[in-house]
Design a protein around this ligand. Structure first.
Ligand SMILES: [Cu+2]
Length: 144
C-alpha cells in the first residue's frame, strides 16, 4: 500500500529543500522524467533512508498548501513519482486520493505519496477537512 509517510523536516516557506525520508519500493523502469507540465519535478539522487541500495532515482513533485489551495492544482507526473505535499498554511489538512490518505498534515509538515501503476489516468484528490480544496494529478505510465 502507498501509505503516507510523514516527512520529518523543518519546512519553512524560505527553505525549498525538505529532506525526504521514503521507503518507496516502486522502481520506475526509466528514470527519465520528461513530464512537460511539471516544471517543479526534480530528480532525487539516492534516497538516504531507503533500505535497499541501487534504487532508481525517482522524481519528486512538490505541492504547496497555502491558505486553502493546492499548488499546482493540476500537474502531470510519471508512475513512480513521489508527490510531496507541504503545508504552508496555519491549519491542518488531510490530502485524500483514491485509496490513500495523507495526514493530518500540520503546519510546516510535509507528507508524501508515491503514484502507482494502478493510478494511471487522472487522479483527483481533495482535503478531507476542507472539501472545497481539490487538485488533480495526471499520472502517465512509466516509459519503456
Ligand atoms: Cu484542508
Amino acid at each position: 500500500m502507498g501509505a503516507g509517510l510523514l516527512v520529518l523536516a523543518l519546512v519553512g516557506c524560505s527553505s525549498p529543500s525538505p529532506s525526504v525520508t521514503t521507503t518507496a519500493s516502486q522502481t520506475p523502469d526509466q528514470p527519465t522524467a520528461t513530464a512537460p507540465a511539471a516544471p517543479q519535478t526534480r530528480p532525487v539522487g539516492t534516497p538516504a533512508a531507503a533500505g535497499d541500495t541501487g534504487q532508481t532515482p525517482v522524481a519528486i513533485q512538490e505541492f504547496s498548501i497555502r491558505g486553502r489551495e493546492f499548488s499546482p492544482s493540476t500537474v502531470t507526473v510519471q508512475v513512480g513519482s513521489i508527490g510531496l505535499w507541504t503545508n504552508h498554511s496555519d491549519e491542518e489538512h488531510v490530502v485524500a486520493g483514491p485509496g490513500w490518505e495523507l495526514g493530518p498534515i500540520g503546519p510546516g509538515q510535509a507528507w508524501a505519496h508515491t503514484f502507482k501503476a494502478d493510478e494511471v489516468g487522472t487522479v483527483t484528490y481533495r482535503c478531507k477537512i476542507h472539501p472545497e480544496m481539490t487538485g488533480q494529478v495526471v499520472v502517465t505510465p512509466a516509459e519503456s
